[in-house]
Design a protein around this ligand. Structure first.
Ligand SMILES: Cc1cc2nc3c(=O)[nH]c(=O)nc-3n(C[C@H](O)[C@H](O)[C@H](O)COP(=O)(O)OP(=O)(O)OC[C@H]3O[C@@H](n4cnc5c(N)ncnc54)[C@H](O)[C@@H]3O)c2cc1C
Length: 419
């Protein structure tokens, strides 16, 4: 594929590396624009962060992670072994490089700049879901305002301040303040230990593993191939094609998208992408819930999200900065359960199951990396951190437009992977 300046040939064959919600959404949208697509995964669809996360599709709460209070809170928290935020302790140069960039990004100015990028995306996030649904992806999306719960009213100050900054950035936010008795009338599972709550209106949620299945099925039905157990170790441009190499051989394509979540930096270092991406390891489990929860809850102090999932309910939380491949810490499940137990009634903790750890792909400066790399034909879609489910379908749609038309959508300018 030789291009003169200003000339763009839409790639006929695209290869997507990584089959989480972001990679599969890219594949789906590339198909929609006429490309034939192959998706490869070192494991299977959803093997990374996409499988058992909290499943909130929450454009209001989707904001950059690095901000000044992270430094204050983070240092205190990392010193406490049961804290919801921790470093996986190991001599890990990549973690140090990641933390150095993240600490530099914990300024009010950097947060505001990042928030401007998120605001533009958040406004379009639900439409992108509606588009996938209309295109045949069977998504079990439910409407559900997220109820942020606090043991003491004064603990809500930080959250309300953050929502104030989101409003100041120009994003529409609809909140309702609820007293303890208001919120218990709305959600009988809450105990008298919740003094007040903030309802974040207009959000949605899904069962993430079902969504991964539905997307993979739709990609296959449209003629796409998904190769499981196919790790890629390097991508290079040879003459006019891109070649992805791995222990099982080579695959070539006119365009390649790296969507390998928390592992993205492994493949991108040789292609001009300098912002490190690393793991923000989170944990989840489910318990049976014979009486369904009315809507998702979020306990801010222990940072645990509670999402209804059919006849069960999922608890998700913890942020461990560390290698996506390190073993899960088993004690984390009990830590999470004991942090929220005093606030909940009628939950049978003995039915705990589906224990899971997944690495949030954190871009060190808090802004996703979506767009072209320095190697022509090689693109990246990732680094969505805490909000890849919310922003996955939109990411796929915008990046497919860029790949197939050669024009960068204005919504992607701030997400330039070469920044
Ligand atoms: C506890 C928790 C709760 C969360 N809650 C929410 C939420 O409520 N809402 C929300 O929007 N987001 C949430 N997230 C974040 C969300 O899960 C992620 O942002 C999203 O899943 C990232 O998707 P991805 O496709 O970029 O990466 P992943 O899902 O991690 O997919 C990457 C894929 O690449 C594959 N891979 C890696 N390296 C290679 C290689 N070299 N060759 C081939 N394949 C490779 C992996 O096997 C994996 O399948 C949560 C995350 C966690 C951990």
């Amino acid at each position: 594929m030789h291009e003169e300046p200003g000339e763009h040939h839409a790639p006929g064959r695209a290869l997507v590396i990584g089959s989480g919600v972001v990679g599969l959404s890219c594949a789906w949208s590339l198909q929609e624009r006429g490309a034939s697509v192959c998706v490869v995964d070192r494991d299977r669809p959803g093997a990374g962060a996409s499988w058992q996360n909290a499943g909130l599709v929450s454009p209001t709460m989707s904001v950059p992670l690095p901000e000044p209070s992270i430094l204050r809170y983070g240092v205190r928290a990392v010193l406490s072994p049961r804290s919801p935020v921790a470093l996986v302790r190991a001599v890990d140069l990549r973690l140090l490089r990641f933390m150095a960039t993240m600490v530099r990004s914990c300024t009010t100015d950097a947060w505001r700049k990042g928030m401007e990028a998120y605001r533009v995306l958040n406004e379009m996030a639900l439409d992108a879901y509606a588009h996938q649904k209309a295109g045949g992806v069977e998504i079990d999306l439910s409407r559900g305002d997220v109820v942020a719960c606090f043991a003491h009213a004064h603990e809500s100050a930080g959250f309300l301040r953050e929502m104030g900054s989101v409003v100041a950035a120009g994003q529409a936010v609809e909140l309702a303040l609820l007293t303890g008795s208001d919120v218990r009338a709305r959600e009988p599972h809450l105990s008298g230990n919740v003094e007040m709550a903030v309802e974040v209106r207009g959000q949605q949620y899904l069962t993430p593993s079902h969504y991964v299945h539905a997307l993979a099925q739709s990609v296959r039905e449209r003629g796409g191939e998904i190769l499981e157990g196919t790790p890629i170790t390097a991508v290079e441009r040879r003459h006019r094609v891109l070649v992805a190499r791995g222990p099982h051989g080579e695959l070539d394509a006119d365009a390649v998208v790296v969507a390998t979540g928390a592992w993205a930096s492994d493949l991108l270092a040789d292609h001009g992408v300098r912002v490190p991406v690393y793991g923000g390891r989170g944990y989840s489990f489910t318990v049976a819930s014979p009486k369904p929860f009315a809507s998702p809850l979020y306990f801010l102090a222990p940072r645990v999200a509670v999402t209804p999932q059919g006849d069960r309910v999922r608890f998700a939380g913890i942020m461990e900065f560390g290698s996506p491949d390190a073993a899960p810490r088993r004690s984390r499940f009990a830590d999470m359960a004991s942090a929220v137990r005093p606030f909940l009634l009628d939950v049978d903790w003995s039915t705990m199951a589906d224990q899971w750890m997944g690495p949030r792909p954190l871009a060190a400066d808090g802004v996703p990396l979506v767009g072209a790399t320095a190697t022509p034909g090689l693109y990246v879609a990732g680094g969505h951190g805490m909000w890849g489910v919310t922003l996955g379908p939109l990411t796929g749609s915008l990046l497919a437009r860029q790949i197939m038309t050669g024009e960068t959508p204005r919504e992607l300018l701030a997400l330039d992977p070469l920044r």
